[in-house]
Ligand binder design. Structure first.
Ligand code: HEC
Ligand code: HEC
Ligand code: HEC
Ligand code: HEC
Ligand code: HEC
Ligand code: HEC
Ligand code: HEC
Length: 379
């Protein structure tokens, strides 16, 4: 999958500000993480290095309302130490058997006090294990584990935990046959593969060896989208500059620019005149995993003159809203009333997205995705 990462520090040049749930259900997030951030009464000293990154805990004092909501949403919780996955910790040992490859899996407490949980794979009496370091995914759909062996190999676990079943199953994409216990544990990753895997699930330092990553860099925190905050905080403390000139705000981006920004992780739309990519995005249903790639195919996007962006329908600080009716007002902002920019529906007056953005599934284990190609879907 091709990816271009958003420039983490992207910030509009001074004066050019315009350029630039069903809740988590059985929440797996640890309240501890939140408490650490919110109880940070006395802010730590601002970062001393040149990067200008200060960490989310520094934003809380002035943006408490946003921070309280944001810290409980999918973005920041998408990468956590396994010991803070409280529900998982309570339900170990967890077992799963893969009869096709004759592997018995078990997640159990680690006997090595340096680690919390181990994944053990037993294939015909030959067993191997890796220590689980991180849980990737906030868990709305599932959590895949990043682990390491005593010999220092890193891997993406071949079994993941799934929300819809409350148990383990084979990780999407790792269904290929295995012929020994070691390969049954994980998809072993080279440093570039590791960095790629962490890239969309971290705020910074995706290239660090996973056991050295700081939990404050893990997950998509404020500065991943707004850029480093040091200069902004200094300016706001002194009360002199205009906020917008000191910090990035993807809400101010024109639609196409925002689609590429969010699309860096949510599937970048085709660039320029890449008609081959465009054709593939139209026929390949798996692309519904990538909202930005499908959204640009919609007439709502192409005929609304730069008015349809991700933030038209989503508050990026919130957990995903999962009731179709809550999106009606967004649709009707263009499709409702006498002076609407676009035609109304003769078929129904509510739950618009349920017919025009149906869920697609079958290509990822226990997962479905809302199709962002808004259209009259053929039966
Ligand atoms: C000392 C107080 C203070 C701190 C700390 C602070 N901000 Fe702000 N910020 C403000 C004020 C004041 C505004 C202007 C009013 C508003 O939009 O809330 C602002 C505005 C913003 C805006 C909107 C800019 C725009 O386009 O209008 C963003 C984005 C932002 N802050 C992000 C952050 C982030 C991220 C952090 C942490 C790295 C942070 N702020 C820390 C005071 C602060
Ligand atoms: C190009 C960016 C990108 C890369 C690279 C990437 N992911 Fe993701 N991942 C996402 C986005 C965006 C989502 C949320 C939408 C979705 O579920 O597809 C996600 C969702 C997930 C989820 C489900 C989260 C949940 O709450 O249900 C898991 C698990 C996951 N990723 C694991 C991984 C692993 C493991 C790797 C590396 C092998 C990886 N991802 C690489 C962007 C990425
Ligand atoms: C996934 C990207 C993303 C993350 C992470 C993120 N923001 Fe934002 N933020 C945005 C976008 C996009 C907007 C513009 C929203 C709009 O215009 O509807 C925004 C707007 C803002 C604003 C302007 C006021 C407002 O409500 O529009 C502030 C302040 C802000 N964010 C602070 C934060 C803080 C503090 C955090 C971390 C606790 C954070 N953001 C995390 C993307 C993000
Ligand atoms: C920013 C404005 C805007 C928003 C928001 C918007 N649309 Fe549209 N939509 C348009 C425009 C413009 C057209 C094309 C002109 C027309 O149909 O009158 C269109 C066309 C459509 C069509 C016809 C597509 C086709 O292929 O013929 C459907 C169906 C549709 N929209 C449904 C929706 C639904 C459902 C939502 C909310 C989930 C939505 N729209 C949100 C502007 C918007
Ligand atoms: C016209 C409204 C609309 C726009 C614009 C829109 N979305 Fe969505 N999005 C939805 C709806 C509706 C859902 C399904 C919510 C549910 O689960 O019921 C959704 C779901 C999602 C999901 C969860 C995917 C899944 O089904 O698990 C992600 C991630 C997402 N959107 C990201 C984006 C991004 C990124 C953009 C911009 C490229 C975007 N959305 C633009 C309406 C919109
Ligand atoms: C650095 C990569 C990255 C960027 C940039 C990014 N996202 Fe996400 N986003 C993710 C990942 C990873 C997830 C999956 C979280 C999880 O594990 O459930 C996600 C989840 C979401 C969800 C579902 C939230 C939930 O609680 O389930 C929405 C909606 C969303 N993103 C919208 C946006 C929008 C809008 C933007 C641009 C303003 C954006 N994202 C930018 C990586 C990113
Ligand atoms: C029960 C499914 C369903 C729901 C719910 C629904 N629609 Fe439709 N919509 C359709 C179908 C089917 C058509 C095609 C009708 C036809 O061809 O005569 C359509 C047509 C449209 C069109 C094209 C109209 C035209 O004359 O070009 C738009 C725009 C549209 N719907 C928007 C919406 C909006 C906005 C909502 C929510 C207020 C909504 N729809 C709710 C099924 C639905």
């Amino acid at each position: 999958m091709p990816i271009t990462m958003p420039l983490p520090g992207r910030r509009p040049p001074a004066g050019e500000s315009a350029a630039i749930n069903r809740n988590i259900g059985s929440c797996l997030f640890s309240v501890a993480v939140l408490t650490v951030f919110l109880s940070a009464g006395t802010p730590r000293a601002l970062a001393a290095d040149d990067s200008g990154y200060v960490g989310s805990s520094q934003c809380v004092q002035c943006h408490r309302e946003i921070a309280e909501v944001q810290l409980e949403s999918g973005h920041p919780l998408t990468l956590r130490r396994v010991r803070s996955l409280s529900r998982l910790m309570e339900s170990v040992p967890l077992e799963f058997s893969d009869p096709r490859n004759q592997v018995a899996y078990r997640i159990e407490r680690s006997s090595d006090s340096e680690f919390t949980l181990d994944l053990v794979a037993d294939r015909n009496g030959e067993a191997d294990r890796m220590h689980l370091l991180w849980g990737m995914g906030a868990g709305r759909k599932g959590i895949t584990f990043i682990g390491m062996t005593d010999a220092g190999a890193y891997g993406q676990s071949r079994v993941s935990w799934y929300q819809s079943t409350g148990g383990l199953d084979i990780t999407t994409g790792l269904e290929d046959p295995v012929d020994n216990a070691y390969d049954a544990l994980a998809d072993w990753m080279s440093p570039p593969q590791r960095e790629h895997c962490f890239a969309c699930h971290t705020t910074r330092d995706a290239d660090l060896p996973p056991e050295r990553m700081d939990p404050a860099s893990a997950g998509v925190h404020c500065e991943r989208c707004h850029g480093p905050g040091q200069e902004h905080i200094q300016a706001m403390t002194q009360g002199e500059a205009d906020a917008a000139s000191t910090i990035g705000n993807p809400g101010r981006m024109p639609a196409i620019e925002q689609l590429y920004f969010c699309g860096a992780c949510h599937g970048a739309p085709p660039g320029g005149n890449d008609l081959q990519a465009l054709a593939r995005y139209m026929v390949d249903k798996e692309v519904s995993r990538f909202p930005a790639q499908r959204l640009v195919l919609s007439r709502c996007y192409s005929e609304s003159r730069d008015q349809l962006k991700c933030t038209t329908c989503h508050d990026p600080h919130e957990s995903l809203v999962q009731t179709a009716a809550s999106y009606d007002s967004k649709c009707l902002s263009c499709h409702g009333g006498d002076h609407a920019m676009a035609a109304g529906c003769k078929v129904a007056a509510s739950r618009c997205s349920s017919c025009h953005m149906p869920f697609e599934g079958g290509f990822m284990t226990h997962s479905e995705f809302a199709d962002h190609w808004i259209r009259i879907v053929a039966e």
